[in-house]
Design a protein around this ligand. Structure first.
Ligand SMILES: Cc1cc2nc3c(=O)[nH]c(=O)nc-3n(C[C@H](O)[C@H](O)[C@H](O)COP(=O)(O)OP(=O)(O)OC[C@H]3O[C@@H](n4cnc5c(N)ncnc54)[C@H](O)[C@@H]3O)c2cc1C
Length: 400
């Protein structure tokens, strides 16, 4: 089935009354909520829903509940969402924050500052952290709450009833929940089971190379290198660590490379570059974490909820890394879901209000990210690509 990457419009939504806290809400308190997927969005949802008194069960397919060793860029809007989740200080402490990012020509000539919006008092414009550290910060908060965590587990069947969902788990056990949240990422099992009107994420024509390694001595904040057919950037993730990203047309048929091939190909891709990209090229080692991943994206058409099952994060709004906003969108979606459920007078109304608040904002991120990727593939000049990125980030400055 051919499918567009971005659903063009949300279907008409029965406008959920914005009831406010003065009306009696279902209040999450005491509700049994299953969250499938303990990544960024699933953990954010578990934290906020458990804080509001929900009886949360969180399952993850990975028995060791790990995350891979890349760094991640945390933009201003993402930092704001983490502030609202109560985790900003830990991220500042264990990651690296910066006033902004600089755009360079690929050969190292400084061009301009990326126009990143200032959001709130005391909130840095951008930052980065190693994914395993971010994971551990979120896991520590989940562990400190009364959340039933079950690992090495997924769902094998979901059956909506009028007032809840009957769940069969992959280990053969069953459960009965008031709500199931699918936060199981881009190739979501929950989506495949319960949302037949949705489709798979579509390739966007680029692949992303990443290496995590020691910091180039002169690098203080984020750097973006444009004007080459391989756009690239470096971001600080800790006092002494950075990660480099590089986007190339996904022209390889193969996706899996040996460690030696990853190292050699990435070095080769950086052959023309100057500045700190050249430093990375000349100083990276085979022991550094290196990865290549073809990019795919999908803004799924509504409804994002079916009975008492709902999707959040990459399961429903998977984006490419161009705006570095996928994690922020997942955390925001989790916060909005908990907020709307808490103040609605039925689960259905809460889920409709959640989608109504999230659809256009997530569409903006997915559409802009895909558009910037297309500009890069078409060889647009740095000021055009940088301008589109800055404008896209500015639109995220609005409250979510
Ligand atoms: C190359 C690349 C670079 C990126 N860089 C950035 C960046 O710099 N900044 C940024 O903000 N975003 C970035 N993103 C996007 C960001 O990583 C995602 O948007 C974010 O992780 C989405 O959160 P999530 O909770 O939906 O999914 P995830 O964080 O992927 O978590 C999903 C969880 O579900 C679990 N799971 C999967 N399947 C099942 C199942 N069937 N049953 C149970 N559990 C399951 C997984 O084990 C995992 O723990 C990048 C993405 C890519 C591809």
């Amino acid at each position: 089935m051919s499918q567009s990457i971005v659903a063009t419009a949300a279907p008409p939504i029965a406008q959920a009354p914005r009831t406010g806290r003065e009306r009696q809400g279902i209040m999450i308190s005491g509700k049994r909520i299953l969250i499938v997927g303990g990544g960024i969005g699933g953990m954010a949802a578990a934290i906020r829903i458990a804080e509001q008194g929900g009886a949360v069960t969180l399952i993850d397919i990975d028995p060791d509940w790990r995350v891979y060793g890349a760094g991640i860029t945390i933009t201003g809007p993402t930092l704001r969402a983490y502030r609202h989740l109560g985790l900003l200080d830990a991220i500042k402490e264990q990651g690296a924050i910066a006033k902004g990012s600089t755009i360079f020509r690929y050969d190292g000539l400084r061009l301009q500052q990326l126009d990143e919006p200032a959001l709130e008092e005391g909130l840095p414009a951008t930052g980065g952290i190693m994914r395993p550290k971010l994971h551990r910060i979120m896991q520590a908060r989940v562990n400190a709450l009364d959340v039933d965590i079950r690992l090495g587990l997924s769902v094998s069947a979901l059956a909506n009833r009028d007032d809840g969902v009957d769940v069969t788990f992959t280990d053969g056990t069953t459960g009965d929940f008031d709500l199931v949240v699918g936060a199981d990422s881009i190739y979501s099992t929950v989506r495949r089971m319960a949302f037949p009107h949705m489709g798979e994420a579509q390739p966007t024509g680029q692949g992303c190379w990443r290496v995590s390694m020691k910091r180039p001595p002169t690098l203080e904040s984020g750097e973006i290198y444009l004007g080459h057919r391989y756009p690239a950037g470096i971001n600080r993730c800790a006092a002494d660590m950075v990660y480099l990203w590089m986007l190339t047309p996904h022209e390889h048929r193969e996706v899996h490379f040996t460690d030696a091939e990853l190292f050699a190909r990435l070095q080769e891709n950086m052959a023309d570059f100057g500045g700190n990209i050249a430093w990375v090229r000349d100083n990276m080692t085979r022991n550094d974490w290196i990865n290549y991943r073809p990019l795919a994206a999908a803004l799924q058409p509504g409804p994002w909820h079916s009975g008492h099952i709902v999707l959040l994060g990459d399961a429903v709004h998977a984006t490419t890394p161009h705006m570095a906003s996928g994690a922020g969108m997942a955390v925001e979606s989790a916060l909005v879901l908990a907020e709307e459920l808490d103040r609605a007078d039925s689960i259905g109304a809460g889920l409709a209000a959640y989608q109504a608040r999230r659809f256009d904002r997530c569409r903006h991120v997915v559409e802009t990210s895909i558009a910037v990727g297309r500009m890069q593939l078409a060889g647009e000049p740095p000021e055009v690509v940088g301008g589109a990125l800055g404008a896209g980030l500015h639109r995220l400055a609005d409250a979510y």
